[in-house]
Write a protein that binds this ligand. Sequence first.
Ligand code: C5P
Length: 366
Amino acid sequence: APSVPSLWGVPLKYISLVTLAVQNSALTIIMHYSRVSTPPSQVYSAATAVLMNEILKGVISLIFAFSRIDASSPLSIPVPFNPEPPKPRFLRSCTPSLLLVRVKKLCAELFSPDCWKLSIPAILYVIQNNLQYVAASNLEAATFQVSYQMKILTTAAFSVMMLRKRLLSTQWIALLFLAIGVGIVQIQTGACKDDASAVDAHSMNATKGFLAVVAACFTSGLAGVYFEMVLKNSQGDLWVRNVQLSLFSLLPCIAPIIVSSSGSGSNFGSVSALFHNFGPWAWATVGVQVLGGLVTAMVIKYSDNILKGFATSLSIVLSFLASVALFDFHITFTFMLGSAIVLNATWLYNQQPRRVGLGVSRDTKT
Ligand code: C5P
């Protein structure tokens, strides 16, 4: 097994999982609050937020990718003979010629012949990230979080179809319970629709929100499995893959901004039009989403989908408690029942023998 890096003695694997759980809940809460706490005329552009997310994540991943090339292969690069005493390693690696070599190596990796493969998950993730805003604007934060668990179902379906993974009978039962649990939560959402409208500045449309969640679950499953396929079937560095993902996201991110600005007659070239109403809460949402993308990458690298599922289900409880405290979310019996079924189904789905030879492996270790 590859050696797992640690921070202050704690394996990065556990740090990334706990961070993902907290990040998942924080994103649900902050995204919901940033969308519904202002009048409709002052709502910021979700398309701009998704674009900022991809740019920031891409830049951070680029820095990681560059530093990994720097640290892992300086000695493989021929250094000209120098009779002077050797400089510290850091200074040696900062000479213009070595920097140029590393930039060239990074570019060669980034624009490798198979880089186009990332275009498919990139487009799907852009659609998914936009749908998340629609869902968060139209559903209670906790309801969105629970309904979004259906992505386990779509991930399983795409894993079976595309990666030819086999599921245990208990996992199929867990998937059935998951669907039932989400259905129960959905029934209570419909019943509370009028209350929700009264509480928030916007009139939330539960049907619209639920359809957005269903579509987001579909893209999440397909993009996740496709990304897993690319990672497993090639040698590319994870951070390089992340940069490729961000680069391919740029076009689908910019397209809706151009379309909406031409439709509304506003000037696309004006930065102030893009960032209209883009206040601290919008930036906070983008920041938490950037963190999520980076942590997801780390979880895929240092952990696996089994533990990722636990992190997500833990975040349901955190979001639920935060919703009660922050949004005056009313605890109903049906919500408790639906959430309990979803949590138990997630737990049951993740119960599987860790023995090889059963043909059941959801691990995404790289
Ligand atoms: O809900 P789900 O786990 O599918 O969400 C994954 C999120 O992580 C998406 O917002 C996607 O843009 C992001 N991501 C990323 N880099 C990856 C994989 C996912 O930024 N390598």
